[in-house]
Design a protein around this ligand. Sequence first.
Ligand SMILES: *Cc1c(COP(=O)(O)O)cnc(C)c1O
Length: 442
Amino acid sequence: MSKKEREIREQRYSMESNLIYGKSYTPKWDFEHHLIPPISSSATFRLDNVQRGAQGFLEYAHSDDMIDQEAKKPIYIYDRLGEPNKDMLEENLAFAERGDIAVTFATGMGAISAIFGILTLSGDQIIAHSILYGCTYSLLKNWYPRYKIDVEFVNMLDPEEVRKAITPKTKVVYFETPVNPTLELIDITEIVSIVKEANKTRNPENQIRVVIDNTFSTPFCQRPLELGADFVIHSLTKNIGGYGTDMGGVVVGPAWSRDWLLLYRKDFGAALGPKSAWNILVYGLPTLPLRLRRQQETATTISDYLCNHEDVSYVNYPGAKCFKQTEIARKQMVDYDGNMAPGSMIYFSIKGDTPEERRRRGEEFINYLASKAYTITLAVSLGNIRTLIEHPGSMTHSAIPAEEQVKEGMDPGGIRLSVGLEKPEDIIKDLQAAFEEIKVAV
Ligand SMILES: *Cc1c(COP(=O)(O)O)cnc(C)c1O
């Protein structure tokens, strides 16, 4: 089958089937006879002769020298440079996000450092949303200033703040939507249009790139590249991996960035292990639509329950009846068929007269679940088949100072719930018991 025929075949079917089969042909492994690709586990690769070894080094991260990337059999040299499992996973992740290319990393943070690494130099500026995943915040706040990369944190819930923050030094505009942990939405097309306007007067090597952490949504619920973003990053550790067995990260973006990302990974070293790549390739990505569809149905049921609960002060879930930003959710959180896809994450807070009281009641609520619940586990991370609960203020987001958290809309009592695959009634049963417990405690 020719490349064109293969592409036509892939396009005839839905993404849901595509995610099971991946690209219908890849020279990366013998698909003629394997239904499931074998786990490749080889730190180094046998080279037939010096000439072939030299050719491998010549071609590595030199996309321009390869006429038909996809049809050409790669010369594998050493795991950190590339091997079949992560290469196949990369093809499928690029496909799922509708990007040109994808390069995987050992963790989500590995992917995030790589994208900043290839887009910025000393003297440049990054504009980031004021609330971010804790380690991303720490990377930008504690490390980059040491390399003379300036980071401006602004509240992107008002996109005009981005326009105001752009300077001639700006290279990257970075955010998560939904924001971790508050589940507030940042309007992707608004931010993209502000950056596009600023880019009009800049020369090609000085363009500002919009980079979005799409971990909370997964490509099943939101595809920022289709909305004009330049790069998407993911922690594959979360819902794409799906089972909580492996860590991983990925950058998806335009074709020109592939060689840069590969060289960065080669030299900084955060390569995804093939055994982890295999799990994500064989179990995670193919079951993503199935899991997400079930999780968001359950999350909608739970959010309705929480919205109606007298002890709850507010619920942020893009699919909840009481959610404030439904318009933006409808615009950008859609699945491959165009249906609204609000995802699997809920953020809510328990009522209390003072911030201290809300925090105390939130902790009691979580502690009760941690010791008594069957279907809800106190643990960080998210996007697992098991429902996980945590207190971001004191755990995942503790890198952000408490005053800053409150100023930026993180309630001291805020609770983050990552909905799994359990029966919704069972999760609600556990939540119900915890609500009764905090009533007794009061
Ligand atoms: C977990 C997470 C990360 C970091 O990913 P790791 O795989 O843990 O390194 C980045 N962004 C978001 C939104 C996350 O939830």
